[in-house]
Design a protein around this ligand. Structure first.
Ligand SMILES: [Ca+2]
Ligand SMILES: [Ca+2]
Length: 436
């Protein structure tokens, strides 16, 4: 039975996603001219999977600090994390990323996209189209009742133009203006049945709900996402691309060894909640620490150090510290792994924990590690599988959390009995799909 702390469902708006350092991206592909004679297959071999980001200013990048929309973050995930070769295609160029091609046309409605799409598709022959359109129809109150019909016809048009193309259709992001947002909700509600009808016809069409993924805090203005909102959009497109391209390879969502250029903690030494845990008896520390050190590592030169002091042998003693702000959708085959090096027995009462977007958490989910021990700091310590003064792998299938989204990653200490100092390191954290 878990005696640990119960998450108070503190929601933080500024989700930055899993942002790898931009310095690690490779400069390529931006000037690759499309070969009109090449087949789709040979294009994929040469330049990567051809993906057309298609829509309006939200695809162009309005509201994004770099003008890159979701495209920069999606590129980083696809290329740097998943190891794919991709080629964004389109006649428009905008943003700051290695491949700035897209078909994001600021201010355009569905009918305007439809009037031009045949030519674009003929030129660029995308294998995958990421379609986010309709915001301007709603903003202009332009024949909104028939907007779903126009979207349906546009999907048919794309499918007819490029045999075999996969179209990912978005339920569009919300607007701050109540009247516009009301029209968006009505429009969005019509999209699932449209997508289903295309699927029934044998077309490769998928639905992605961008509306419920973004909150008001994810918008830069009335209509456009901010960087946090675009990062969430990228994570959703990324998950669909996994399902479309799935070839059995591991599909990483977060990979970090705390090294330079890898995903760094969002928060350092930041307590989310604690009881009867103070600072490690040194240096006037007053709370549990959780921040990288260049001391002892499983790999590279840095690891996440944790330390504190359990001040009660009878009452609940815990500290859950915020570390990474993420947005990671969990699937049936998502796996968490990390390495932990406890420096004393008390130091084994630690585990990574998740705050999910629905308010639930990892530690109370019943998820088990490779030993059959719950991934809860108390159970990890009591389980006895974490050896002191050596690196221990903890690996857990997160299938129990399938359908949920990880909002934050915490590092927790939790030990109802026992008292004294605790300290150790965590390194090589990995969350990925299909890693079995
Ligand atoms: Ca390109
Ligand atoms: Ca490391």
């Amino acid at each position: 039975m878990a005696k640990g702390y119960v998450d108070n469902v503190v929601k933080f708006a500024g989700v930055l996603g899993v942002l790898a350092a931009a310095s690690s991206v490779l400069i390529c592909c931006a000037s690759d001219p499309p070969s009109e004679s090449a087949s789709v297959e040979s294009r994929a071999e040469v330049a990567g999977v051809a993906i057309m980001p298609l829509g309006d200013s939200i695809t162009d990048g309005a509201g994004s600090s770099t003008g890159s929309s979701y495209r920069a973050e999606l590129w980083k995930r696809m290329v740097d994390l998943a190891g794919y070769s991709i080629d964004f295609v389109g006649s428009h160029r905008s943003g700051q990323l290695p491949d700035i091609d897209n078909e994001g046309h600021s201010g355009w409605r569905i009918d305007q996209i439809a009037a031009n799409i045949d030519g674009w598709l003929g030129t660029y022959k995308p294998q995958i189209v990421l379609l986010h359109i309709g915001t301007n129809d709603m903003n202009q109150n332009y024949n909104v009742a028939t907007a779903p019909d126009r979207l349906s016809a546009l999907i048919d048009q794309i499918a007819a133009d490029v045999p075999g193309v996969t179209i990912v259709v978005a339920q569009i992001v919300p607007a701050l203006d109540a009247a516009i947002n009301g029209r968006i909700v009505t429009f969005n509600n019509a999209i699932p049945s449209i997508v289903q009808s295309k699927v029934s016809q044998g077309k490769k069409v998928r639905l992605v709900d961008m509306y419920h993924a973004l909150g008001n805090a994810d918008l830069a203005d009335t209509l456009h996402p901010n960087d946090a909102g675009y990062a969430k959009m990228a994570s959703l497109w990324y998950s669909h691309l996994e399902r479309i391209l799935a070839d059995g390879r591991e599909w990483p969502h977060l990979v970090t060894g705390l090294e330079s250029g890898q995903t760094a903690p969002t928060w350092l030494d930041t307590v989310e909640a604690s009881s009867n845990v103070g600072g490690y008896p040194c240096c006037n520390l007053t709370r549990m620490e959780s921040s990288p050190r260049n001391e002892l590592t499983h790999g590279g030169s840095s690891a996440l150090m944790y330390s504190g002091s359990d001040n009660s042998a009878t009452g609940p003693s815990y500290s859950y510290n915020r570390v990474f702000d993420v947005h990671v959708p969990v699937s049936s085959d998502t796996v968490l792994s990390y390495w932990v090096f406890p420096q004393q027995a008390n130091g084994t009462f630690v585990a990574l924990d998740f705050a999910m977007t629905d308010g639930s958490n990892l530690r109370d989910s019943g998820v088990l590690d490779q030993w059959g021990t719950r991934v809860h700091p108390q159970f990890q310590g009591e389980g006895g599988h974490l050896a002191v003064n050596q690196w221990n792998l903890v690996r857990a299938n997160l299938g129990r959390l399938a359908g949920k989204t990880i909002d934050r990653i915490h590092l927790g200490y939790d030990q109802p009995t026992g008292t004294g100092a605790f300290r150790g390191y965590v390194d090589d954290i990995r969350i990925s799909d299909g890693a079995n």
